[in-house]
Design a protein around this ligand. Structure first.
Ligand SMILES: [Zn+2]
Length: 259
């Protein structure tokens, strides 16, 4: 599992591009900054891209203020979850405990191999993982246009119940992406000579599984952010010819990429 070797001398074998669909099961809130968009009365707005171009029925369309899932949010969440189970090289405790909650900087464990060593003071590995931003599918934008009337989110108001009077106070308005929305994006892994399936795809897959059991974005303890991942396309581009090759099963990944 963990290995201490410096890995900059290993040649790149190719690039594996995994296209995923994220299905939103419960209201999703990934926070945006208040300064960028001024909306009165909303305490917590979701992150949006100002203009998004997409195609539906061979027609070019453009939507404004479209919610998306930043790759950095996904990557950060996956890493944080994996650090509860993966161990720094040479240690016996999970990273979260061994490093007192700081991201791993050992440079040799499976998390550092995939995500890079924290602060990269002394990197022993090239970073393998890249997660792009995930954007709504054209069908999802249509859904939002059909049910949400001009905006692409819903506003959820939440109250704090006064324990003595039993009355609601301090209503907060939180913006959310509605359930049944779907986002698509690509996760790219650079595969080097001697990399194994387990240390790359295996780690990514267990991170995605943990995320499905946890939540994405804010207010997870209140039921927000349940999501499901579906691998919809896998492309392998070996460095020797850089021709895209479609891969149709996990078995094929094992034989074609790591065989
Ligand atoms: Zn590490």
């Amino acid at each position: 599992m963990a290995n201490n070797q410096t890995n900059f001398d290993k040649p790149l074998k190719g690039i594996l591009k995994l296209k995923y669909k994220i299905k939103v099961k419960t209201g999703l809130h990934i926070g945006g900054s208040k300064e960028s968009i001024e909306i009165g009365g909303i305490d917590n707005i979701v992150i949006k891209t100002p203009i998004y171009k997409y195609e539906i029925n061979n027609e070019e369309k453009e939507a404004r203020n479209v919610p998306y899932i930043p790759g950095s949010s996904l990557k950060g969440k996956l890493r944080a979850l994996l650090e509860w189970v993966e161990k720094p090289s040479g240690e016996n405790m999970p990273i979260a405990i061994a490093k007192s909650g700081e991201p791993c900087d050992c440079g040799g464990c499976r998390v550092c191999k995939l995500f890079g060593a924290h602060k990269a003071k002394n990197p022993k590995q090239p970073i393998r993982l890249r997660i792009d931003d995930f954007y709504p599918t054209p069908e999802t934008i249509q859904l939002w246009e059909d049910v949400l009337e001009g905006v692409y989110t819903e506003l959820k108001s939440e109250n704090t119940i006064n324990r003595i009077k039993g009355t609601a106070s301090n209503p907060r308005h939180t913006e959310r992406v509605i359930p049944d929305s779907e986002f698509e994006g690509t996760i790219t892994i650079r595969i080097f000579e001697d990399d194994s399936f387990e240390d790359t795809i295996g780690v990514l897959k267990s991170g995605l599984e943990m995320l499905e059991d946890d939540y994405l974005g804010g207010s997870g303890s209140r039921g927000y952010g349940r999501v499901k991942f579906e691998n919809i396309e896998t492309i392998w581009k070996p460095v020797e010819n850089y021709q895209s090759e479609e891969i149709n099963s996990e078995e094929e990944i094992k034989t074609i990429v790591f065989g």
